[in-house]
Ligand binder design. Structure first.
Ligand code: PMV
Length: 354
């Protein structure tokens, strides 16, 4: 008689930080040394879809990523699963005649299937969407009461940047003060409708490049980079306030200035790490020069650039017109599949949508 399966599906977009997170003060709980702010992307282009299933017939917890089984034994998965299971509540499906009591969740096993709608190897942040989606889908399945911010503190333990993907629009990850990490969570600054004329173009500089883990070298940055100490103490606290103001007031000139400066300092910290870490390549640098020159010639910024742990450029245009001009310029100067080593463009039609 124990043949039933109960399933839930969730979809979560990735997010791009405009004030970056780099450096952990606690590596197990994933507690950062500074606040960060991000914009959540349109799910049509970069998102994860995860289905979670529970059944008395399942012998163990298992997970498949893009159809291939992956191990759940890592601490990051185990922490998320444990924290969600702790909060599981009674679930009843009268139609199917299923009743799962609170205490049953400890014994029941899960099957998890997760898909990215973008190439996982493209070096585009996939762990952010992945862990946020996993935690959100499990919370739905297990009838968890906690709100998005509380869930974000769980997703954070899978991947730091994942905590910011539980909301649309612009999101702030508050670093928190508590040692147990309970106040290190994400809050929504403004929703996806607040600044909807922004337009995002991602220049996939190289999808061939093997994904370098964004975590790799973070420990070394904390240990060896004096610039990181200065950034966390002196720069980011002020910059976060300015960025919040720019976002709330839809002040693109300030937004672009702060976004570009923060990306550049993030990569300067990587370079200031021993041994140094290089995420950008020649093409990335040429794109920066191109955008800087264009913005200067226009008198006021049309486009902001930001780069994560890889060479791909995330370009945020002030509106559709600026995005069209940007694309024209990029396609002329950096045609895909040429010796510029640029693979493709991902174009957001609706930029900030949940
Ligand atoms: O959360 P992680 O370990 O994937 O680190 C993400 C770090 C950056 O994407 C480079 C910056 C950020 O704040 O998202």
């Amino acid at each position: 008689g124990e043949k039933w399966v109960l399933m839930k599906t969730a979809q979560t977009p990735t997010n791009i930080a405009v004030i970056k997170y780099r450096g952990k003060r606690d590596e197990t709980l994933i507690l950062p040394v500074n606040d960060s702010i991000s914009v959540t992307l349109d799910p049509a282009h970069l998102c994860t879809t995860t289905t979670v299933a529970v059944s008395p017939a399942f012998q163990q917890d298992r997970m498949w990523l893009n159809g291939k089984e992956i191990s759940l034994s890592g601490g990051r998965y185990q922490n998320c699963l444990r924290e969600i299971r702790k909060r599981a509540r009674e679930v009843e499906d009268k139609e199917k005649g299923i009743k799962i009591e609170k205490k049953d969740w400890e014994k029941l096993h899960l099957h998890i299937a997760s898909y990215n709608n973008f190439p996982t190897a493209a070096g585009l942040a996939s762990s952010a969407a992945g862990f946020a989606c996993l935690v959100f889908a499990l919370a739905k399945l297990m009838n968890v009461e906690e709100d998005e911010s509380q869930l974000s503190a769980i997703a954070r333990q899978g991947s730091g940047s994942a905590c910011r993907s539980l909301f649309g629009g612009f999101v702030k990850w508050i670093m928190g003060k508590e040692e147990d990490g309970s106040d290190s969570l994400a809050v929504q600054l403004v929703d996806e409708k607040h600044w909807d004329d922004l337009f995002i173009v991602i220049a996939v500089v190289s999808s061939r490049q093997k994904e370098t883990s964004s975590t790799s070298g973070m420990h070394e940055s904390v240990e060896t980079s004096l610039l990181l100490q200065h950034r966390a103490k002196e720069v980011v606290p002020k910059r976060t306030i300015q960025m919040e103001e720019a976002i709330k007031g839809r002040d693109f000139a300030s937004f672009a200035k702060l976004t570009c400066a923060d990306s550049n300092q993030f990569h300067a910290v990587c370079l200031d790490t021993s041994p140094p870490i290089f995420y950008m390549n020649d093409t990335s640098h040429r794109i920066i020069s191109h955008v800087e020159k264009w913005n200067r010639s226009e008198g006021s910024p049309q486009v902001a650039y930001t780069f994560d742990a890889g060479p791909n450029a995330v370009l945020i245009a002030r509106n559709r017109k600026a995005a069209a001009q940007l694309l024209q310029r990029l396609l002329f100067s950096f045609p895909p599949k040429s010796d510029t080593d640029l693979d493709s463009y991902i174009i957001g039609d609706k930029t900030i949508l949940q």
